[in-house]
Design a protein. Structure first.
Length: 260
């Protein structure tokens, strides 16, 4: 009996070791490491904001570990502080996080073969920067043996960096004065992360489209302008990718005709 169940029981150990030793795990960690300082700064701002908004330290720690979504947390905090009904808090946070539905749809071709529980874990650790860097590394949809190690490499830096800085902000919130201007520092950190990811024509066009859409739809309730901006940027990115794919196919067809 033990000879049958032991391999299954300890199968996670060898799989984890293989992932940690995979070259793509290191590459994913290095890629997101370039923007880790900005992520940590934003996590610190969010941690301070949770306590300054009236949450107790234990509740703020619980929220940071459970939610793991800075934009949703910052959207919910003013509503919680003002005593808004819980359903309003949930709706607002859900609207802000609807962009992850788009991300999940784009990620599905890569992770669909994995078990549901594993996809659920992947969903929890998903982040905006992880998504952008992942799609840049693997532009062609479909299962890829290096995709999951790369994803976990990015997560290792993104999640631990965010949680460490967020927890630091929570613990030191009553020590850090508001005069330090952490809110503005967090905006600058996000701006730095965004600019570091704009490296080609497609990302510049998608980023410009997102900015224009977010500003144009700023008056929408529950920060729906963020969802609209994400959807517009993804549509532009997919359109550019489709055009580039058609051009590459046309060049290959022309080369094939020349050889014939």
């Amino acid at each position: 009996m033990s000879s049958v169940t032991t391999p299954a029981r300890f199968a996670l150990g060898p799989a984890l070791r293989r992932t940690l030793r995979h070259p793509e795990f290191r590459r994913g960690a290095l890629d997101i490491g370039h923007v880790a300082l900005g992520i940590s700064a934003w996590g610190l701002v969010t941690g301070v904001a949770m306590v300054k908004s009236g949450l107790s330290v234990p509740m703020a720690l619980f929220m940071s570990l459970l939610v793991f979504a800075g934009s949703a947390q910052l959207t919910a905090l003013p509503l919680i502080a003002s005593g808004a009904p819980i359903w309003v808090v949930w709706v607002a946070a859900t609207c802000v996080n609807l962009r992850f539905v788009i991300f999940s749809a784009m990620w599905r071709p890569y992770f669909a073969p994995y078990p549901r529980w594993q996809r659920a874990v992947i969903g929890y650790f998903t982040g905006d920067v992880n998504y952008v860097l992942f799609m840049k590394r693997f532009p062609d949809p479909g299962p890829h043996p290096d995709a999951l190690p790369y994803f976990w490499g990015g997560v290792a830096i993104n999640w631990f960096g965010w949680q460490a800085s967020s927890i630091l902000g929570i613990v030191l919130a009553n020590v850090i004065p508001l005069e330090w201007g952490l809110g503005f520092a967090g905006v600058l950190a996000l701006l730095g992360i965004t600019c570091s990811l704009l490296q080609d024509k497609a990302t510049w066009l998608a980023g410009g489209t997102a900015a224009a859409a977010a500003i144009a739809a700023y008056a929408l309730p529950l920060r729906m302008n963020i969802l609209l901006a994400v959807a517009a940027a993804v549509a532009v990115g997919l359109g550019i990718e489709a055009v580039e794919r058609a051009r590459r196919q046309a060049r290959r067809d022309a080369q094939d005709r020349e050889r014939a």
